[in-house]
Write a protein that binds this ligand. Structure first.
Ligand SMILES: O=C(O)CCC(=O)C(=O)O
Ligand SMILES: [Fe+2]
Length: 307
């Protein structure tokens, strides 16, 4: 059966209504994504963060490329032959003030430029705090939906990436970002509230356009969620297509994986009927494996498979 709508989860109901938790678990198992409404991020902060995204991408190329990577695949991504209309800036870890400082320092511009670094920093800081709190809450609820408590979620590194799509008339009908999964445990995406283009693989394995839904956020699961859940949850396959000749902006926060311990399914999710599927590993090593083999859609998980 073709499924035509991404599930919507109401964050105000999630603490008290069993049906909403059930919806969350089913969305993770069948889709690997859901939209959230009534979340805790103020609309004004989302709008301010979008403005910062636009302003930082207006910086000259020489400054943007100072945003160097901390782990494989973080840092400035310039347009490439595969994704010629796409570029991104990235901050490695929202939970670290040093990381935030480095990001702002790298993008520091002269006082003559229109971007005020201090002003931007304050917005990024506020957005980071709010979105990280939300990611921890969603992570806890997802774990609870399988009867598991994860007590160190708030310490998991949380990567932040601001995306820009320079869609021209020639780009219409072609790809913005190639088909991929995220390598994270979960991603919170503030997609463009006006310009569509995001497409997700639905449970019938068809790409489904996800139209803008102003005020909401899209949550999707990545490769680590598949490993952590011992194969119960889907890592969402998705892409961005160019629908119209205009600029598109999105803001992604990736709650990655445990900081100083192995990625592995907890004991509660492993038994005779559910043997452990993946060998335990360190997240940074997995990220290197993915990047060096150019395996962008979770194929690298197969290299770690036990059963
Ligand atoms: O721009 C979007 O809507 C999606 C971006 C995305 O998939 C990513 O940053 O991993
Ligand atoms: Fe993605």
């Amino acid at each position: 059966m073709e499924e035509s709508n991404v599930p919507v989860v109401d964050m105000e109901k999630i603490d008290c209504e069993k049906g909403e938790c059930e919806k969350l678990r089913k969305a993770c198992e069948r889709w690997g994504c859901f939209r959230i409404i009534n979340h805790s991020i103020p609309p004004t902060l989302m709008a301010e963060m979008k403005k910062v995204n636009e302003a930082l991408h207006d910086l000259p190329f020489e400054i943007k490329k100072r945003n160097t990577e901390v782990i494989a695949g973080s840092g400035y991504m310039a347009p490439t032959a595969v994704n010629p209309f796409y570029e991104a800036l990235s901050l490695y870890d929202f939970t670290s003030s040093q990381s935030l400082h480095n990001f702002c320092y790298q993008l520091h511009v002269s006082p003559h430029h229109s971007v005020s670094v201090d002003f931007d920093r304050e917005i990024i800081e506020r957005y980071g705090e709010a979105i990280h709190g939300l990611a921890v809450k969603i992570g806890q609820k997802i774990a609870e939906s399988l009867g598991v408590v994860v007590d160190d979620l708030k310490d998991w590194p949380c990567q932040f990436r601001i995306n820009k799509y320079n869609f021209t008339p020639e780009a219409v009908g072609s790809g913005g970002v190639q088909i991929h999964t995220d390598s994270s445990f979960l991603t919170i995406l503030q997609d463009d509230e006006n310009v569509g283009g995001l497409e997700v693989l639905n449970p019938s394995a068809l790409f489904l356009p996800v139209p803008p839904f102003p005020g909401s956020l899209l949550v999707n699961l990545g490769d680590i969620a598949r490993v952590w859940s011992n194969g119960r949850f889907c890592n969402l396959v998705h892409r961005v297509q160019c629908k119209e000749a205009t600029k598109r902006f999105s803001i992604a926060t990736f709650m990655l994986a445990p900081r100083n311990r192995n990625v592995e399914a907890p004991e509660e999710l492993v038994d005779h009927d559910h043997p452990r599927l993946y060998r335990p590993f360190i997240y940074k090593d997995y990220r290197k494996l993915r990047v060096s083999n150019k395996m962008v859609s979770g194929e690298a998980l197969e290299l770690l498979r036990l059963a």
